[in-house]
Design a protein around this ligand. Structure first.
Ligand SMILES: [Zn+2]
Length: 461
């Protein structure tokens, strides 16, 4: 992996900090980076002899995006015809489930390279991947493969270690293949192995392991849900899962447990500042209060929710109540794009369409996409551009007719739709994108590998 460099980012058009309110904008300041940290932010900083100067005079600087929910393996399942016009349940049954047994570690590597390349080139510097390709007696190497590729790209990476523990007959995914779910012991055993090998607990960790059964309502019996939470907390690991993505979750919980989904997970110790849930589209005000009171976070995935017709999560209401909000691109089998700035743009727009022009501020969306993600991951030194914080930042180049004419160019990457070009991206003081390219990435080879992967995954229903 590359070493951190001494860097001076000179003369940016504007700097957004990822903070909310008055601190959201730092103005036209230079940023000095040493040993992976931001050490100075001020106008007209003089270059030092031992530092590399990056001319940012045609750029705006943003905090690195923290993508808080993804399924990287799905990068080889974009626009699968059988699932294009299906809702979540139909899409699950026709796109990922019939192919779960086909994902070798090699295919996962190719998919992860595609996904991480797109994330880095669209403004993300950190990714939490909800990875659930774990089966009884199957390989656990795909999780290791994801850490390898994150290392190759220099991304901050959290493996949210998923999987199911329900009986094979009861879980809809497994009925499509010859696969069986894991035992609790096997899952916890692998989580302990992953923790020992990869997990860093520091507030600027590059690698994290998170305990993340695929769906608490469908993927495991409730008693094991509580046991998993206890095991995670005993290991000092955070908790993540899907919740309330569709009305289906609510109906299932009500009919089976006579509880709303958030009440159900509360009964099984799955609320708290160490927990975040993806989606939360269908929630009642009483559930929002529970999330806020317990500091439980949310990963908002607006494009996937729109693509699958799941609905629009009441994010402005949750944010107003004090629920920690972050942004996830979700798997691109239900998105077709893993673009971080694309997701921010949709988040900015969709709540206005639903709730009026004051529903979302661009500054708040930037905050959710950076500091919000760092908060749910517990990366306290990441997510904002401030002196002393980790140097994770992105330079968007506005040297394109689409960005000419802006009175407030600072907001161009979030408001202009089509993802703004990332010219440079820095993670922990290391340049991971330079002049719009990922150093060392062989795009021709990746293209060939992707085509071969698609060929292997085609036509399974
Ligand atoms: Zn998901």
């Amino acid at each position: 992996m590359k070493q951190p460099q001494n860097l001076l980012i000179k003369n940016p058009i504007a700097v957004m900090t990822g903070l909310r309110g008055a601190g959201a904008r730092a103005g036209r300041v230079d940023l000095r980076i040493r040993d992976g940290r931001i050490v100075e932010m001020a106008a007209d900083l003089a270059p030092q002899p031992d530092e590399r100067v990056i001319d940012a005079s045609r750029h705006v600087v943003y905090p690195g995006g923290v993508n808080s929910h993804h399924h990287l393996f799905q990068n080889l399942l974009k626009a699968v015809p059988e699932g294009m016009n299906q809702d979540l349940q139909g899409w699950l049954a026709s796109v990922p489930y019939p192919r779960l047994d086909l994902f070798t570690p090699q295919l996962v590597r190719t998919a992860a390279r595609l996904g991480m390349a797109e994330l880095l080139l669209s403004g993300a510097t950190a990714c939490a991947d909800h990875h659930y390709l774990y089966f009884g007696g199957g390989t656990t190497e795909t999780g290791d493969a994801l850490f390898d590729i994150a290392g190759e790209f220099g991304m901050r990476f959290a493996l949210c270690r998923g999987g199911a523990l329900e009986s094979a007959n009861a879980h809809p995914g497994f009925s499509k293949t010859a696969l069986a779910p894991e035992t609790l012991d096997a899952m916890i055993g692998d989580i302990e192995r992953l923790k020992a090998r990869y997990h860093q607990s520091a507030s600027d960790a590059m690698r994290r392991v998170v305990v993340a059964p695929t769906t608490p309502t469908f993927s495991l019996p409730p008693t094991l849900l509580r046991e998993l939470a206890a095991a995670a907390r005993g290991l000092g690991l955070r908790l993540h899962t899907h919740l309330s993505e569709t009305q289906n979750y609510v109906d299932f919980c009500r009919s089976k447990y006579n509880l709303l989904p958030v009440e159900f997970v509360a009964e099984h110790d799955w609320l708290g500042p160490d927990v975040w849930f993806a989606h939360m589209v269908h929630v009642q005000p009483s559930e929002i209060r529970l999330l806020a009171q317990t500091g439980t976070g949310v990963s908002h995935c607006p494009v996937s929710n729109a693509r699958l017709g799941s609905g629009i999560a009441p994010i402005p209401q949750m944010a107003a109540a004090g629920v920690p909000i972050s942004i996830g691109v979700d798997g691109v089998a239900s998105n077709e794009s893993g673009s971080m700035t694309g997701e921010l743009n949709t988040a900015w727009l969709i709540h206005r369409a639903a709730g009026g022009a004051a529903a979302t501020l661009a500054e708040d969306v930037i905050h959710w996409g950076s500091a919000g993600g760092a908060r749910v991951l517990g990366l306290d030194d990441v997510g904002t551009l401030e002196v002393g914080k980790a140097a994770d930042l992105v330079l968007y180049e506005l040297d394109h007719p689409r960005f000419f004419g802006f009175h407030d160019p600072a907001l161009a990457p979030v408001t202009a739709g089509e993802p703004a070009p990332v010219s440079h991206s820095i993670v922990n003081g290391r340049l991971v994108v330079e002049n719009g390219l990922i150093p060392g990435l062989d795009l021709e080879q990746l293209h060939r590998d992707a085509a071969e992967g698609v060929r292997q995954l085609m036509g399974r229903t």
